[in-house]
Design a protein around this ligand. Structure first.
Ligand SMILES: NC(=O)c1ccc[n+]([C@@H]2O[C@H](COP(=O)([O-])OP(=O)(O)OC[C@H]3O[C@@H](n4cnc5c(N)ncnc54)[C@H](OP(=O)(O)O)[C@@H]3O)[C@@H](O)[C@H]2O)c1
Length: 230
């Protein structure tokens, strides 16, 4: 197992939620961490423990030139983590707004696709990419088709890149339902084998493991308290 000391970790979408937890944990393990999102500086200023993370403004939906500008600003990278969440309205497939679904694909799927392809040329030897999928897709939940399709495509992208970019390592994390969530979801989580919603810190550990583990590639690591089993 390698260490993250002195490594450069770029966390795209790291201004809140899961990405912020990954950024903090990587920083605590000695990495130089750069957080990129549209309002990264503002978000980090407001986040406990966010102040000493380096922020860059970046819109993952702004196309290839924005990706190149971000990577130019960061310089050489050891690990790239992507954890962006697009806005999606829950609705039965027949009623999904197609423009919204395409917009969500643009942010989460095509965003990860573009970043991974461009970063692969910049990552130092021994580096890795960690993408984010999610439990929707692994399990089919009514009203969550857009995220299910994006997550399925993301996991296929992970396996594809792991083969084509080897020996660069490419992995993905599939989180379950993370707090905070509405009360009815909190109640539903009492039926999970581990009867609670996940904490972002529970899942952040797995991103760190995949960065450090020199023999993990093409892996989708599920961290869901067993929710997918029910
Ligand atoms: N939370 C859950 O229960 C859960 C469950 C399964 C999977 N996941 C997955 O885990 C990942 C992280 O989820 P989360 O709940 O932690 O997310 P979150 O906190 O809601 O959002 C993560 C970040 O995405 C950034 N973002 C959104 N649009 C962006 C854009 N166009 N360009 C750059 N950054 C953008 C936002 O920063 P800015 O606003 O500053 O851009 C935000 O800080 C997502 O892929 C999500 O689908 C989450």
């Amino acid at each position: 197992m390698t260490t993250l000391k002195q490594k450069t970790v770029l966390v795209v979408g790291g201004g809140s939620g899961l990405g912020l937890a990954v950024a903090r944990l990587a920083r605590d393990q000695g990495a130089r961490v750069i957080v990129a999102s549209r309002r990264a500086a503002e978000r980090l200023d407001a986040a406990p423990g966010g102040g000493d993370l380096h922020a860059l403004a970046f819109d993952i939906g702004a196309g290839q030139s924005a990706v190149q500008a971000l990577l130019d600003a960061v310089g050489e990278i050891d690990h790239l983590v992507v954890a962006v969440r697009p806005a999606i309205t829950a609705a039965p497939l027949a009623q999904v707004d197609e423009a919204e679904a395409r917009g969500a694909f643009e942010i989460k799927f095509w965003g990860q696709y573009r970043l991974a392809r461009a970063a692969s040329e910049r990552l130092r030897q021994g580096g890795s990419i960690v993408l984010t999928s999610g439990i929707a897709g692994e399990r089919i939940y009514p009203g969550m088709s857009t995220m299910a399709l994006i997550n399925g495509a993301t996991e296929t992208l992970c396996r594809m890149l792991a083969v084509e970019l080897a020996p660069l390592r490419v992995n993905a994390v599939s989180p379950g339902f993370l707090a905070p969530k509405p009360a009815e979801m909190e109640a539903a989580a009492q039926r999970f084998p581990l009867p609670r919603l996940g904490a972002v810190e529970d899942v952040a550990e797995v991103y760190l493991h995949l960065m450090r583990s020199g023999y993990a590639t093409g892996t989708v690591s599920v961290v869901d308290g067993g929710a997918r089993l029910l």
